[in-house]
Design a protein around this ligand. Structure first.
Ligand SMILES: [Zn+2]
Ligand SMILES: [Zn+2]
Length: 749
């Protein structure tokens, strides 16, 4: 019975037209006019155009835009704070231009939209379109404008203020699409009104520069004449990539002159960077050290320096700010010194664990203390936060819940602004559209219900696949955030938190998700893009299975369709940065697999587990030299292939021999990381050769093995310094890990 009544209610909701006394439109007709004041700002005029455009998208009705002075008949949508608002709402006060808060209110049949003239009024319009008409701007390419035959209202009265005043959603899709950026209430603009491609007027903030000390006073310009301007490290002034010697009065004078020139030449910004370079090489000279000790650490020296710059520019630029970092070696708050009123501190969370709340993770305790300490002394605290994986942009990052709690902590500690750094160079971050949409919503309202937002996005953006995307998010949450797992913003695909089971379960969910939207190509493509991180992960972890399952094909399709050009923020040892190079790597793997030699099995009876070995000693530069010149000092059986890992030991080598048991026909990948040289032979054929004296190098081979025994000979030698021998197997039965002892045999003699 209860079920029935619920169903009955749902039906009523479906068949009833939208309620309210006043009809904005019905059956393609409307008697409303959009009203602007003759002195409306550029942003308010844009707001009126947006209102007109989206109402037409929803209703098919094209409303006229008219001047307030024209004596309009009929009902009115009044855009911007003007004389009409003052008349209709006695006591209403004109907001500051830069005030992003807004009011949306009906008076009789009229609807008034007003806020600050730069963005507030525009946000009132967007709020109306989202909350009342159901419009959504999920990404720069995907908007929703649900068709309605009619829409009416009784009373509208809403006032909203931003939880965070400066909201910088630092991802490429937002930064390079000003219209989308404004619709998501992102208000950071590098240069107000003058950005390349910037067409949407209005901003709260412009921040000139980052790590600016490096280019205000560069070693290229000054080192040859004034090495003493740069940081002293281990007795030597650094000539490249240095920090400044902040205690040097000439450095201070030069910084003041340079920043004043920047401020005069670029007057549109609000905050000007006087920030340390992106390295930890602070100056160790006696004067710098003494000042740092006096003021509680390197941040104290930095604040001491920046305060003097701020004092020097204050008279000429009373409305401007000097910005500096609390980053890495300056992250802890200072003692016995506080930043001036015209100084903005940008506190950076780069060391934090993204997977846990700040008060619920041993790795975040220190940061939370720094946040509170700075909050207590900084007149303007600004946060630089990190929300994706910069080592491999597209890897799954389970911070959906913690993004909200982190932003709340920033708000509760009086942050005036947040820069949320994501895939700012490209569009390859995992579920990037949802990540940036959530961040935008949460920076506006840190108390918003994250689950409700996720439901909204997943149903709206992925259609019938929405429930499956949520199932995948739950899988991420349960696997990646299981006890004991933490993660900062540099994660490698080889991280053990990404289990084989996680990948296979995730791909099962995506298979069902794709089936649910199979008839809609646009939705299918979005789901495939969401699946790409798992395919990338599979290709990194087990290319044998990845190639067999066509994971490379999906990665390639998404890279080409989305125009992804890079996979990581920068070059790094663990992976490939350029998308083109990644696809070349896949081509090589695929080619190697196609060419993989076929090895028939050998019949071997009377075997037992284990590996026979000979240990050699002597100094050699290759395995062949080892066999020629080395002295065999030990021989016998060991359970698996294992070198002496005492790093103090040098000048030795091994030859291992055993029978490898393939438990299933098909392609196997052997991957060896070796320091120094290794040669691997299977059934008498050399398949991997990374011989020679070197630091760790990787070699791999695909071999097509018939089920049964195969002769495996591995020659290894260590010249000097570190040593390493890791042998990885990916087999067609699904095995993926270190070559296991259970598959290595030796005949009983
Ligand atoms: Zn110094
Ligand atoms: Zn943690």
């Amino acid at each position: 019975m209860r079920r029935l009544s619920v169903l009955f209610l749902a039906l009523i909701a479906l068949v009833l037209p939208s309620c309210g006394n006043h009809k904005l439109f019905k059956d393609g007709k409307s008697d409303y006019t959009i009203i602007l004041s003759p002195d409306a700002t550029e942003s308010e005029r844009y707001a009126a155009e947006e209102l007109r455009y989206w109402i037409k998208e929803v209703s098919g009705t094209d409303l006229p835009i008219a001047d307030l002075s024209g004596g309009v008949r009929g009902k009115r949508l009044v855009v911007g704070f003007n004389q009409l608002v003052s008349e209709l709402v006695p006591g209403a006060v004109k907001p500051e231009d830069r005030d992003d808060s807004f009011t949306l209110r009906s008076v009789g049949g009229d609807i008034l939209f007003w806020g600050g003239s730069l963005r507030g009024t525009l946000y009132a319009v967007y709020s109306f379109l989202e909350e009342e008409l159901g419009c959504r701007w999920y990404s720069s390419k995907v908007s929703l404008a649900p068709h309605k035959d009619s829409w009416g209202f009784g009373k509208l009265d809403r006032h909203e203020e931003p939880g965070i005043i400066i909201r910088d959603n630092c991802v490429l899709d937002v930064r390079s699409n000003p219209a989308f950026s404004a619709r998501t209430r992102n208000n950071f603009v590098r240069l107000p009104g003058k950005n390349p491609g910037e067409t949407i007027p209005g901003t709260a903030e412009g921040y000139w520069g980052v790590h600016a000390m490096g280019y205000l006073i560069s070693p290229a310009e000054y080192y040859s004449t004034h090495p003493e301007y740069f940081s002293l490290r281990d007795g030597k002034r650094l000539s490249s990539y240095a920090q400044l010697c902040l205690s040097n009065p000439e450095v201070l004078d030069l910084c003041i002159d340079k920043i004043k020139k920047v401020m005069r030449d670029n007057p549109d910004f609000l905050i000007y960077s006087m920030e340390q370079n992106d390295n930890r090489d602070f100056c160790q000279c006696d004067e710098c050290t003494a000042l740092a000790e006096k003021y509680g650490g390197q941040s104290g020296l930095m604040v001491w320096f920046v305060n003097q710059v701020a004092d020097a520019v204050k008279d000429e630029f009373p409305d401007k700010f000097i910005g500096t970092f609390a980053y890495q070696y300056t992250r802890h708050a200072p003692k016995d010194i506080v930043p001036r009123d015209n100084v903005v501190i940008r506190l950076c969370s780069i060391e934090c664990c993204m997977f846990h709340d700040y008060d619920d993770c041993e790795l975040n305790v220190d940061f939370l203390k720094d946040l509170r300490d700075w909050s207590a002394i900084a007149p303007h605290l600004y946060i630089w936060d990190y929300v994706t994986d910069f080592a491999q942009y597209c890897l799954p990052v389970a911070n959906w819940k913690t993004m909200a709690s982190h932003i709340k902590d920033f708000r509760d500690n009086n942050a005036i602004g947040i820069l949320e750094e994501g895939d700012y160079q490209t569009v390859s971050c995992e579920l990037r559209e949802m990540r940036s949409w959530l961040l935008a919503k949460l920076m506006w309202n840190p108390d918003a219900d994250v689950d409700a937002l996720i439901n909204d996005f997943t149903d709206g953006y992925y259609g019938a696949a929405g429930p499956f995307i949520r199932e995948y998010l739950e899988l991420e949450d349960s696997v990646l955030r299981r006890p004991g797992i933490h993660s900062d913003c540099y994660i490698d695909a080889s991280d053990p938190m990404y289990t084989d089971e996680f990948i296979s379960k995730g791909r099962q969910i995506f298979a069902a998700a794709k089936e649910a939207v199979a008839s809609d190509q646009a939705l299918y493509d979005r789901v495939e893009t969401a699946e790409m991180p798992l395919c990338f992960l599979l290709m990194e972890k087990n290319p044998v299975i990845g190639l067999q399952e066509g994971a490379d094909v999906i990665v390639r399709k998404v890279i080409e369709r989305e125009g992804i050009d890079r996979m990581a923020e920068g070059e790094w040892s663990g992976g490939v940065m350029s998308a083109t190079r990644l696809l070349e790597k896949y081509d090589n793997l695929s080619e190697a697999m196609k060419k993989s030699l076929v090895f028939p099995a050998t019949e071997v009876s009377y075997t037992t587990q284990g590996v026979s070995f000979k240990k050699y000693e002597g100094s050699f530069m290759s395995t062949s030299e080892m066999l020629r010149k080395g002295k065999v000092t030990e021989k016998g059986l060991m359970p698996w292939i294992n070198i002496d890992t005492d790093p103090k030991n040098d000048h030795f080598g091994y030859v291992f021999e055993c029978w490898f048991k393939a438990v299933q026909d098909g392609i196997h990948q052997f991957k060896i990381v070796s320091d120094d040289g290794t040669v691997l032979e299977i059934d008498g054929a050399e398949v991997i050769n990374i011989d020679g004296s070197h630091s760790a190098q990787t070699g791999f081979a695909f071999v097509n093995l018939e089920k049964g025994f195969h002769r495996l000979v591995l020659k290894y030698f260590e010249d000097c310094e570190g040593q390493q021998l890791d042998i990885h197997l990916a087999a067609p039965d699904g095995f993926n890990g270190n070559l296991p002892a259970s598959r290595l045999f030796t005949p009983i003699r």
